[in-house]
Design a protein around this ligand. Sequence first.
Ligand SMILES: Cc1cc2nc3c(=O)[nH]c(=O)nc-3n(C[C@H](O)[C@H](O)[C@H](O)COP(=O)(O)O)c2cc1C
Length: 369
Amino acid sequence: MSSNSFGKLLTVTTFGESHGPAIGCVIDGCPPGLALVPEDFAHDLARRATGRTRHTSQRRETDAVDILSGVYEGRTTGTPIALLIRNTDARSRDYDDLLDTFRPAHADYTYWQKYGIRDPRGGGRSSARETTMRVAAAVIAKKWLAERHGVRVRGYLAQLGETVPRLPADSAIDWDAVERNPFFWPDAAQVPELEAVMDALRKAGDSVGARVTVVAEGVPPGWGEPIYGKLDAELAAALMSINAVKGVEIGAGFAAVAQRGSQHRDEITPERFLSNHAGGILGGISSGQPVICSIALKPTSSIRIPGRSVNLRGEAIEVVTNGRHDPCVGIRATPIAEAMVALVLMDQALRHRAQCGDVGPVAPRIPGG
Ligand SMILES: Cc1cc2nc3c(=O)[nH]c(=O)nc-3n(C[C@H](O)[C@H](O)[C@H](O)COP(=O)(O)O)c2cc1C
């Protein structure tokens, strides 16, 4: 299967299926000398993991990372970094009912049409289990970006179904609050409300969509390339590659449709930009303002409410999906979206250094906000 790699100077290739023996990735192009030990991966992998709360899938993977190559005495060597995580809690029998069934809105039908064969156990390669390795790879990107450039990439759940954070429109995100609840929700007071929504959904056997927003602070001006390598284009592609993502917005996104030019333009004073509707990107190149992206995630397709579909013989059937599924895939998508943004930014930073490293800072430079 092709298209399992992305990036230009920092490339990431992932491999493995949901219920295979292991999943893994190879990260190539990481500069030498970055301190890296297996413990570095624990925090972000735990944030993405299933089974943290009753509101996500109850599969319980240990997600212990083996560093197979590219690191010597705790430092990257500049050679390919291979990471491996063994699958320890796969229950393939949960998928016996799906062997000849196409779940509506899942990848079953399209994988079958393309390859004429599929691994139905846990969704095989189309399972979000694969995103574990993106999060692992991005631990390296986040660390390099923070140490080398002071860049911080953080995300939060910006909408769950109909529920939106009850915060004033331009209030600063309380990142400590986001980290303290399993929803990555910025308004701690609302968490009981979210719990109630999720409990009702689970009881009904249904699912719901979500919106995740990622903010990258400290990105210097100049990252991104014109035309085909636009920073916003590469972010959109990377974020859209996450399972269940149906929309990507950069900055004001689709709200720009209803804005006037006088409102949308981010006016510049010698001291600062006066707004950030552009989401920190102009002409495909970072402006020095925070890079802001949002994704729309569809509701989980594997639900207990019966739905119509067909089987391998083309006969009409009724599908009911039991087993361990996320009633809202968006809850665990926050660290995955952060990961994709961090990987794109590190790749673009290396590309900027390669072509324009000699240019150096150019005046005037308006501070990012
Ligand atoms: C974090 C995360 C968890 C997911 N968990 C499930 C799940 O438990 N059950 C399910 O049917 N789909 C789940 N999905 C969605 C499927 O992986 C996805 O719908 C499928 O690959 C088809 O791709 P598409 O939705 O992009 O078309 C999850 C997605 C993400 C991002």
